[in-house]
Design a protein around this ligand. Structure first.
Ligand code: E4P
Length: 217
């Protein structure tokens, strides 16, 4: 399973890249707005640093406007994936981009039928938002399971990026369901490696080793 970083923060991106754990990256207008400054300069720099696919989202709400933005975004770098909201206009844009061989990521997906339509439109990726569903007392991972079943049944090549990830359990469940990728905030990426028993176990090993070496001094 691929691990994508969900961030537009340069420090986080550089630190995550140095861990060798980043297969790709997703941004959205909120993440870029949070950082402020020149979003285009930032997006170009991100595409240069990250070797895998980088999702950059269009903000137009009509197909023509989305295609116009997509034409500009793909000039940033060869690894740009056009992130398109899950609307009827978005699906029209995805079909046209597919014909031009341009990769897309259909975002803000909250139902299996939305994922079905995205696959039929020829999306490269689909992003179900699990955390936002959980926050409404629904089950985000059930949605991922349903999408995986539909895609496997019909052999759709669209890859599933589990998004709106809030904690490591979202990532382990995504992996168990066979999702192609999870896109995670930097904070969650660090949590994936941690376990209190690893920390206490290592501390005990190092203490015992120090004790042994004290005896042989
Ligand atoms: C994914 O592509 C989105 O940018 C992201 O996962 C949204 O997460 P949020 O629900 O925490 O804002």
């Amino acid at each position: 399973m691929h691990l994508f970083l969900d961030s537009a923060n340069m420090d986080e991106i550089k630190q995550a890249l140095s861990l060798g754990l980043v297969d790709g990256l997703t941004t959205n207008p909120t993440l870029l707005a949070r950082e402020g400054g020149d979003w285009e300069k930032r997006a170009r720099e991100i595409c240069r640093l990250v070797k895998g696919p980088v999702s950059l989202e269009v903000t137009a709400t009509d197909c023509t406007g989305m295609l116009e933005e997509a034409r500009h975004l793909i000039t940033f770098a060869p690894n740009v994936v056009i992130k398109v909201p899950m609307t009827l206009e978005g699906l029209k844009a995805v079909s046209i981009l597919r014909e031009k061989d341009i990769d897309t990521n259909v975002t803000l997906v909250f139902s299996p039928t939305q994922a079905l339509l995205a696959a039929r439109a020829g999306a490269t990726y689909v992003s179900p938002f699990v955390g936002r569903l959980d926050a409404l007392s629904q089950n985000g991972m059930n949605l991922v399971a349903e999408i995986m079943t539909i895609y496997r049944t019909y052999n759709y090549p669209t890859r599933v990026i589990v998004a709106s990830v809030c904690h490591p359990k979202h990532v382990s469940e995504a992996a168990l369901l066979g999702a192609h990728a999870a896109t995670v905030p930097y904070k969650v990426m660090l949590m994936l490696a941690r376990h209190p028993l690893t920390d206490s176990g290592l501390e005990a090993f190092l203490n015992d080793w120090a004790e042994l070496n004290k005896q042989s001094d």
